[in-house]
Design a protein around this ligand. Structure first.
Ligand code: MN
Length: 744
């Protein structure tokens, strides 16, 4: 994606101001690389790349009006300073948009900077080109991955490019912001995570949340600011007694409290269903030791023992990623202890080297690769990507489903009967394990024993398990197996086997059909397509398969047709309605179709509906989606389906907003939690809602549980403001402890 505008002749830009901006960006880059880690010839080449790019982009501006070259300068700085990449990446970053956006040819880059740089720039140009085609994002993800295994740097520079564009996205129109946010959380945030670039991943996620859920984002931002003083005091109280003891060790270290990101706090609120005020661990305390490599492990454990002497630990919360690092290379010792006031505090203990790896991920691995075999950590993962890439898939979405499970998440460490260790994603089953050993082992696996006890095929592995596989040559995969595995490799292998099986079946189905048509004196070629269409099959293959599986009876089906001159003619048109995205919709009565603007125009001229998956309210952030056969559908920007729609059908997204002048009726649902003091509270609630607030209740269900109750109430409200007003009013009723809107 490029934020580029040709220079508008009627807009006057002061040359002096331009030069000032360029100089500032240039200085920021050179201050970052100013340390003496770079060779003079590297610096000279970086300067040359700047001049080359500045000349190429001299006629372009960013949407913000700044000279375009400020963008590559900033991307280069991010690569070096924030991601820890080397001079080659800096040079390629400076040149990254030249071939795509300017008359510069790849040949020119090759001539001036050599084949190594040219190849990276070429890779970046190709990745960039993807965003201009309207192909589903899953396809893009696949290409990003192919690029990744070829040269990681291309993808890392692309991430720096994306980060700068996101940091300066305010200037873009809203619908583009949404699309970029969706792409980022779909592709780049998970990849950054998997590559161990934790800082980058956090910033991606926060910037995306700022776009898709601005209200919540700013609310949490405010609350964090508000509570900072208390938090600082608590952290000081926690650290003070610790420092006294740690200082006695005479090992250089740093200790500080580190706030959690806004998106991770929001996640916690959503998944744990707690209020901001109830989240105690808004920060983690981090201790970073400065010790030589050979003393790392013992020093970390020494610090651990002091920490747990001073503050009482919760033993189950100990995580030792020093003895066994995560598969993205993360090393650290985590423990949770009970701090002042009984509050839980997570303490992370690691060395400077481990910290750099955790912050800069892949690039830091590169730097330390001589000292240990960390590189192989990635090699292993890249091999598994290649593996999935090489398996034939029906479409990119299927590919991605196979792949995505392995991007996030933790791992388990398990053993073969011989004691070889295998690392699998958490949640992986014994069947996954079989496929990780060998495809044939997977295909023929019939029974599993863990520590000598039989377990079912879908049994989830736990670290330390030793697994024995019993094989039977007659065994073969079935459709059900897909539900028993989580790894991409196992899934794609099972699919391949099922497809092979299906192909054989379809051949049989085809034979049956050919025979029956022949009996009715019908030519196969003349009639096959009308059969596929009328019988609601997607393809000929599907029809053959359905026949072989006896889901379609040919003789029965032929009764739907008249035969005229050797051709089947459908008796009456009965074509199934086109199915659209998941989620039912609630049509709005015509008289209420006011109040939404699409691309600035009243939406009532379109046939629009509010999506039922997210029930948008007046005041919610929304967008419009052009449904294939039923006009527009209005979704909330944070709707669970939104990401899928934006990444796969971005070209169908239109900007939508509420206009202010109307009173409309919307469905909303509230979750109310309170103390159960008999029938009184329910009465008070419903009385308050219908009489005092004058709001119509559409549904009401309540469940009591050990002295508390949980009520779900459906309401008709006018707007988000109206709903918030109701929430505030209800929260103040005696015995009610929390009132929340339910997001589906
Ligand atoms: Mn760019």
């Amino acid at each position: 994606m490029n934020i580029v505008d040709p220079i508008q002749p009627h807009v006057l830009h002061s040359e002096e101001k331009d030069n000032r901006l360029i100089r500032a960006a240039y200085r920021r880059l050179f201050r970052a690389i100013g340390d003496n880690q770079l060779q003079p010839e590297d610096k000279a080449q970086i300067r040359q790349a700047f001049e080359f790019a500045a000349k190429a982009h001299s006629q372009q501006r960013r949407k913000s009006g700044e000279p375009y070259i400020t963008h590559p300068l900033e991307v280069a700085r991010i690569c070096y300073e924030e991601m820890g990449l080397g001079p080659t990446a800096v040079i390629a970053a400076l040149l990254h948009d030249t071939v795509e956006d300017t008359p510069v040819e790849l040949e020119d880059v090759n001539r001036d900077f050599g084949p190594k740089i040219a190849k990276i720039v070429d890779g970046l140009t190709k990745l960039d080109g993807l965003y201009n085609v309207e192909s589903p994002q899953a396809e893009n993800f696949k290409k990003v991955l192919s690029t990744l295994v070829e040269d990681v740097r291309v993808v890392l520079i692309k991430m720096a490019d994306r980060l700068h564009n996101l940091r300066t996205i305010d200037i873009m129109p809203r619908h583009k912001q949404l699309k970029i946010a969706a792409e980022t959380s779909y592709i780049y945030a998970p990849l950054a995570h998997r590559l161990g670039l934790y800082n980058l991943k956090s910033e991606f996620t926060d910037l995306c949340m700022k776009i898709t859920e601005p209200d919540l984002y700013h609310e949490l931002e405010e609350k964090l600011k508000h509570t900072q003083k208390d938090r600082n005091k608590f952290i000081n109280d926690f650290i003070k007694p610790l420092k006294i003891e740690l200082d006695k060790l005479h090992i250089p270290y740093k200790i500080y409290g580190r706030p959690k990101t806004i998106s991770s706090i929001s996640n916690k609120i959503k998944t744990k269903k707690v209020a901001f005020e109830e989240i105690y661990d808004l920060f983690a305390v981090r201790i970073i030791l400065d010790v030589p490599l050979e003393k790392e492990k013992s020093a970390c454990w020494l610090f651990y023992s002091i920490v747990t002497d001073v503050h009482r630990p919760i033993p189950e919360r100990l995580k030792d990623w020093i003895t066994t690092p995560k598969s993205n290379g993360y090393e650290s010792l985590h423990t949770t202890v009970i701090g002042p006031g009984g509050r839980y505090v997570e303490v992370q203990i690691r060395t400077k080297r481990m910290d750099e790896i955790a912050e800069k991920g892949f690039a830091a691995h590169w730097k330390y690769k001589e000292v240990n075999s960390l590189q192989s950590v990635y090699d292993h993962w890249f091999d598994s990507i290649r593996d999935v890439l090489e398996t034939p898939h029906n479409d990119a979405i299927e590919f991605l489903n196979d792949f995505k499970a392995n991007l996030y998440g933790e791992e388990v460490y398990v053993y073969t009967p011989k004691g070889d260790m295998k690392v699998l994603p958490k949640g992986a089953t014994v069947l996954d394990f079989a496929f990780s050993i060998h495809t044939d082992v997977g295909y023929h696996a019939t029974a599993f024993k863990i520590n000598n006890k039989l377990v079912p095929m879908g049994h989830a592995l736990e670290s330390g398990d030793q697994i024995q596989i019993i094989i039977n040559k007659n065994q073969k995969p079935t459709e059900d197996w897909l539900k028993l595995v989580v790894t991409g490799k196992a899934r794609s292998r099972i699919r391949t086997a099922l497809k092979e099986e299906q192909r054989k079946l379809a051949d049989q189905g085809k034979e049956i059909l050919e025979r029956k048509l022949k009996n009715s004196k019908l030519e196969f070629d003349d009639n096959i397509d009308v059969l596929v269409k009328v019988l609601n099959c997607k393809t000929r293959f599907d029809l053959f398969l359905a026949i072989a599986e006896e889901k379609i009876d040919v003789t029965e089906s032929l009764r739907l047709f008249n035969i005229e001159k050797g051709k089947l003619i459908e008796k009456k048109a009965d074509i199934g309605e086109e199915k659209d995205i998941p989620g039912k919709t609630v049509p709005i009565p015509v008289e209420q179709r006011v109040g939404i603007l699409v691309n600035g125009e009243p939406a009532k001229q379109y046939n629009y509906t509010l999506a039922h998956c997210c029930n948008p309210l007046h005041g919610d952030e929304i967008f419009a989606y052009v449904a294939t056969n039923s006009g527009l559908r209005i979704h909330r920007s944070n709707c669970p389906n939104a990401e899928h729609l934006m990444v796969n059908h971005g070209y169908r997204i239109l900007k939508a907003e509420w206009s202010d002048m109307i009173e409309e009726a919307f469905n909303a649902e509230l979750l109310i939690i309170g103390i159960d003091d008999g029938p009184g509270v329910i009465e008070r609630l419903s009385h308050h809602i219908s009489t005092k607030l004058g709001v119509n209740i559409t549904s009401f269900s309540i469940q009591a549980h050990q002295g508390t109750f949980e009520g779900k109430i459906g309401l008709i409200v006018n707007s988000k403001t109206h709903l918030n007003h109701i929430i505030r009013a209800l929260s103040q009723i005696d015995g009610i402890s929390s009132v929340r809107r339910i997001d589906h």
